[in-house]
Design a protein. Structure first.
Length: 159
């Protein structure tokens, strides 16, 4: 911990992926997203039930659900490739979202990396701009899948 003006601040070495994204992405804080799990293979985030973000049915607005899913995909990407940030920036290339069931109440998004990280880094080492998929499922508290998102990410080499 670092102390700045009598305020404790975590150094970047002490910060979790969730801490970093919460600190750097205002929308994460606005929606009160919680990072339940972040590994190099999977990330799990939750969106609490908040009336301020409801749609006309009384459930989470599609924009809030999109942000939840995209944030989960970004968390797994940062966990998997955070050690590559000095030489490449992760960027989403394409996103597709399908709505399966009406979402009501609190939601949980689970993002899964679609290719082995070592394979992606090997392409980066070869001078390529690798692309890789991340799949996300959003579930209600009863376990029903309300929506699915597919995101293709890239690691764009720094110039």
């Amino acid at each position: 911990m670092l102390l700045t003006s009598n305020v404790a601040v975590m150094s970047t070495e002490e910060m979790t992926v969730g801490d970093m994204l919460s600190a750097s992405v205002p929308m994460v804080r606005t929606l009160n997203l919680a990072y339940l799990e972040t590994t190099a293979e999977r990330a799990v985030l939750s969106l609490p039930d908040q009336a301020a973000f409801h749609n006309h049915l009384g459930g989470p607005h599609a924009g809030a659900m999109f942000t939840l899913a995209e944030s989960a995909s970004g968390a797994v990407v940062l966990a998997a490739f955070g050690d590559q940030l000095a030489r490449a920036v992760p960027l989403p290339v394409t996103t597709e979202m399908a709505f399966r069931k009406v979402a009501m109440g609190a939601l949980t998004a689970t993002a899964t990396l679609g290719r082995p990280a070592a394979e992606v880094v090997a392409e980066l080492d070869e001078g390529k701009r690798p692309e890789f998929p991340v799949q996300v499922e959003i579930r209600r508290a009863d376990g029903a899948v309300t929506s699915e998102m597919s995101v293709v990410w890239t690691l764009r080499p720094n110039r």
